[in-house]
Design a protein. Structure first.
Length: 206
C-alpha cells in the first residue's frame, strides 16, 4: 500500500475527485519539468517504419510487456534524429522509476494499464510528452496542463479502456467546464477534439 504522504502517486484516480479542483501531487512535477519542442510535423514526410536506413537506434521494448509493435504495424527501430526517440526514452525511464517505487511500496504496476499506456504513446507519437504518474491501484496516468487552467488526465485501465478527466475554460468565460468519464483509446480522441484540446497536446493544431 502506498504511503499516505507520498508524492509519487496520483490521488485523483477516485471518481469523486474528478469533479473537484484537482490537487495532483506528482513526482514528475517535483523533479522533472518537460520542455515542449517546436516540431513541424506537417513538413515531415511520411515515414516507412521498416526502411529507416543505417542511421538508426533501437528503442528497448517496455519491461514485462507483450510485443506491441505488431499491433501497431511499425518497427521499434526508428531514426535517432527523430524527436520521438527522446520522448520514448524519457517515458521508458519514467515508467521504470514508477515501477521501482511501487515495488518498494509492496505493490506492482497494472500490466494491462502499462500495455495500454504504450499502445497510446506509440500510436499518438505527435502528442506532447505528458506527466506520468501512478495511481493507488497501480494504473498509469498521463496528465497535461497549461497556464490557462486547461487540464487533461488519462488513466489507463487495461482492456484498451481509458478514464479521462477534462478541465477547460471556454473563451473569456471564468467558468471552467469539468467532465469525466470512460472511453476506448480510440474514442478518447473524440473527447480531445470536442473539447478543443489540440493546442494543449500538439505542437501544431491538428
Amino acid at each position: 500500500m502506498f504511503a499516505e504522504n507520498s508524492i509519487l502517486f496520483d490521488e485523483s484516480d477516485q471518481d469523486s475527485a474528478f469533479f473537484s479542483t484537482p490537487s495532483i501531487a506528482t513526482i514528475l512535477e517535483a523533479d522533472e519539468k518537460p520542455t515542449p519542442r517546436k516540431i513541424d510535423f506537417a513538413l515531415r514526410p511520411p515515414r516507412d517504419w521498416h526502411d529507416v536506413g543505417a542511421s538508426t537506434k533501437t528503442v528497448p521494448a517496455p519491461t514485462n510487456l507483450p510485443d506491441i509493435a505488431p499491433l501497431l504495424n511499425i518497427s521499434t527501430t526508428i531514426s535517432k534524429e527523430d524527436p520521438f526517440v527522446d520522448k520514448v526514452f524519457s517515458y521508458i525511464a519514467r515508467v521504470e522509476k514508477l515501477r521501482a517505487f511501487v515495488t518498494q511500496e509492496g505493490s506492482v504496476l497494472n500490466q494491462g494499464s502499462e500495455y495500454d499506456f504504450w499502445l497510446f504513446v506509440l500510436k499518438e507519437f505527435e502528442i506532447r510528452r505528458g506527466n506520468v504518474v501512478v495511481t493507488h491501484n497501480g494504473n498509469l496516468r498521463l496528465v497535461w496542463k497549461d497556464s490557462l487552467g486547461t487540464h487533461l488526465g488519462l488513466q489507463f485501465l487495461g482492456g484498451e479502456e481509458v478514464q479521462f478527466v477534462i478541465f477547460k475554460r471556454r473563451g473569456t468565460s471564468r467558468v471552467t467546464s469539468r467532465v469525466a468519464g470512460r472511453d476506448t483509446i480510440e474514442g478518447v480522441k473524440n473527447q480531445i477534439s470536442s473539447f478543443e484540446l489540440n493546442t494543449l497536446l500538439y505542437e501544431q493544431e491538428v
